[in-house]
Design a protein around this ligand. Sequence first.
Ligand SMILES: [Mg+2]
Length: 280
Amino acid sequence: MPSRSEAKRLFVFDFDWTLIEADSDNWVFKHLCEELYQEQLVSVGKVQWTDLQQRLLGELFDRGVTQAQIEKTLGQIPFAPDMIEALRLMKDEGSDLYILSDANTIYIETVLKAYEIDTLFTGILTNPASFDERGRLNVVRFHGLDKEPHCCPLPCEPNLCKGQELQKLMDSQPWDQVIYMGDSTNDFCPSTRLNSHDVVLARRGLLLQKEITERPQLVKANVVYWENAKDVLLATRSIFNATGASVSKPSSSAIEHATLPALSAVESSDSKVFAQPVRA
Ligand SMILES: [Mg+2]
């Protein structure tokens, strides 16, 4: 039987370039249609991202790419073994795990099932997607145009204010500690929702770190920077070891212990540089 901490923790994760080592929207087109991948690149900032995916997925279908091809390609997205070990540790310790992402349900669920870790998560909050009877993948905005704009003053996309959704999870039950992990600009708003005993796991050298550095007064939580899945695994062990099973909250010194030594900036692959400014 797994050991279980008495403290009840909520872990919430971004997906692209956080749990997985890729941007799933980029990955699909890069591996299935180079021409549409290039169109995706030049459309950055010109079209709302979810709407762009919906249009490009229609063009992918028109070019004969099948549901099976999309699912196979998604199953090949890299998911680091140490990240999976960290997730299993969190679950074994009795924590609740959620994904909060600007990808879509099909992409995320397919990847999780490919790595046989879908049962670790209590919920997935992202843009709804589904294949129709012909095998055309459709994706719509999480925060649809039929709703009032969320009007978040922080850099959230119109289709998803991650802070608002994280707040709902935080308010859903009394948590002893909340841990949010992300890498990009739209992970800043949820990072500002956490309290002083909570933890932000921010990917080093990317745009979330830039946002936190520019507006540190908005982030009350302990910030732990990480570069790779091994760092996340070490930080996870530190979070659970910080308190033992009988103490509800870690001391700040314990979290500082989890802070990783200075690492060089994450290398700039083309897709990563592309992925960061527009979404997460
Ligand atoms: Mg991301």
